[in-house]
Design a protein around this ligand. Structure first.
Ligand code: CP
Length: 312
């Protein structure tokens, strides 16, 4: 694997899931040699708890060195060609990406969307600029439109709890007080299309995903109907793609509650975290044995290990 920015970079996604599961079973000491004398530089333009810590843990477990840089607090980057740099932006992406490549064998980047400029966000502009100007492999730590490390960990978690039958997996929009990216939902759908599951997406009208992700996906606007018989319920808020970046609905009736989970087939609850309790999901679900959220976060480490191993 040459880079990891979407499922399209993965030659065999199912094999990558199996690799993560195998790494989870491996004694940590046996893995140190894989990343010896290799360095990952992780750039964070935006906050992170799980991605930052799990990817660092993954790299250290493989014997890599880790350098982290809060890029959002560093020199402001200029991305435009031929610009006269006499404003606030102190460094051009051309030098920045080339310089970081001198220190890194792999570069990880977290960069959120503007939620204002849909065209630029959906071109995954910042990530693409680093891919263009860096000379080492890039992995996405969540970009403007995708979160592939999360989706890989979600698939790993699903395999650990897969029933004997083909599972029904429901991605449900949930309310949130702030406008959030579509990245987790986009990515989840993109990966689940390959995971041998019956995928249903449910959301209020106006929250349809971009065609790139939403085409050929079964959408059910009635959340109760969607949840009927579900084996897995993945809750997530996202802002509108159509009315780009807007919150169209904060209807708490869309929150995942114990009553909603009672409609499922003894379903498991999933969320990428961080999660707003009693807004996105009720305490009674999050604190129940049906909740897989902590194991999802744990599996972020093994997902990152599988990706780093494949690239190394
Ligand atoms: N799920 C996830 O990516 O968490 P962080 O934003 O804390 O990294």
């Amino acid at each position: 694997m040459k880079q990891f920015t979407s499922v399209n970079d993965v030659p065999n996604p199912k094999q990558l899931v199996e690799s993560a599961l195998a790494l989870k079973r491996s004694p940590a000491g046996s893995l140190k040699g894989i990343g010896a004398n290799k360095t990952i530089v992780m750039l964070f333009f935006n906050p992170s708890l799980r991605t930052r810590l799990s990817t660092e843990k993954a790299a250290l477990t493989l014997g890599m060195s880790v350098i982290e840089y809060n890029a959002g607090q560093g020199w402001q980057l200029e991305f435009e060609e031929g610009v006269v740099m006499n404003g606030e932006k102190a460094e051009h992406i051309k030098e920045a990406a080339a310089v970081i490549s001198q220190y890194a064998d792999i570069i990880g980047i977290r960069t959120f969307p503007s939620l204002v400029d849909r065209e630029r966000d959906y071109a995954d502009f910042v990530l693409q600029q680093f891919m263009q100007h860096a000379t080492v492999p890039i992995i996405s730590l969540e970009s403007a439109i995708r979160h592939p490390l999360q989706s890989l960990a979600d698939w790993v978690t699903l395999e650990e709890h897969r029933p004997v039958h083909r599972p029904k997996v429901v991605l449900s929009w949930a309310p949130h007080p702030r406008a959030l990216p579509q990245a987790v939902a986009n990515s989840f759908v993109e990966w689940m299309k390959l995971a041998d599951v019956d995928l249903v997406v449910t959301h209020p009208e106006g929250y349809e995903l971009a065609d790139t992700f939403g085409q050929d996906v079964n959408v059910e606007y009635d959340q109760h109907k969607a949840l009927a018989g579900a084996d897995f319920v993945y809750a997530k808020n996202w802002s509108s793609y159509r009315d780009y970046g807007k919150i169209l609905n904060q209807d708490l009736a869309w929150m995942i509650s114990p009553q909603k989970m009672a409609l499922t087939n003894n379903g498991k609850f999933m969320h990428c975290l961080p999660v707003r309790r009693n807004v996105v999901v009720a305490d009674g679900v999050l604190d129940s044995p049906a909740s897989l959220v902590i194991e999802q976060a744990n599996n972020r480490t093994y997902a990152a290990m599988a990706v780093l191993k494949a690239i190394l």
